[in-house]
Design a protein. Sequence first.
Length: 327
Amino acid sequence: MNKVLVTGATGFIGYEVARQLVAAGIDTRLMVRRPERAALVQPLGAELVSADLTRPASLERAVDGIDTIFHLGARAAFEPYRKVRPTIFDGSVALFEAGHKAGIESFVFASSLLVYGGQSEPIDGETPARPRVDYGRAKLEAETELSRLAEEADIRFAAVRLPHVYGARDLLFERLHGGLVAMAGGGHNRYTHLHVEDAARLLIAVARAGWTGISPVGDDLPADWREFFAVLATHYPRFRTLYLPAWLARLGTELLRPLNALRSRPSLYTPDTVTGWNLELAVEPGVLWRELGLRPAYPTIHEGLPAALDDCVAFRWHHPLSDRASY
């Protein structure tokens, strides 16, 4: 990697990818859609470029001179397909095509475990994708098309299906300061989690190694939400969880549909949010990590959550979904 582009750099995971790239001395350019958020990444000292995934002409400047793209930019919310497709599918394809014209060599796509429909058996590289939420459907369609385009263009392509990624800049941790988080469902379904530093380290390692393919990933210990929140409460006694019956949460989000349809900003309160949080999404430990010869720095939530809480002491972050600047 000589010069890289990071999309979604003002978001949660993208910021950490950008931070690690700059710290490693890699010539890094960050794509910024909303200028008012540029101040969040300006201290990193990377080159900034203004562009928008929904405006293909703006992407030409963003990819000029780039050999590797880390693509994390998108409308990241459990919203209807018509709202998430323009950035997740159309925007990703437009970015790839611009990069192809500019001569990129590698394209790393941050995908999601939500391409799966949930299952009791651990997910591995052979598990078929059957999304039950529109966000996962759009991610899967983007993976498929990007993979096809990359094969035709002889460009290295990797799609990493990230699990629930957590860290101090996560929306959940931003809400910890209020002391209460509502959970739609009983919280007994197993999920795979990953500290944001490990997620970013893995994405960068994929590009460094020239790894190609599509794979899920996670830490070494899938844990249900009850355990996740219990670990948080152990280290942050002010924290409380309110468990709402899934049927009640789904009814409430259905009633909010007309209001959400009028909003320009992404909404967290949708029926797909309830569905997504209640899926069984446990990844077989070691998948992809072993291929790269790596191990997570935070192998379980028991190490990762206290570290994330320590990071919370240092600053307050404005997560993209709670940033009240206009969309």
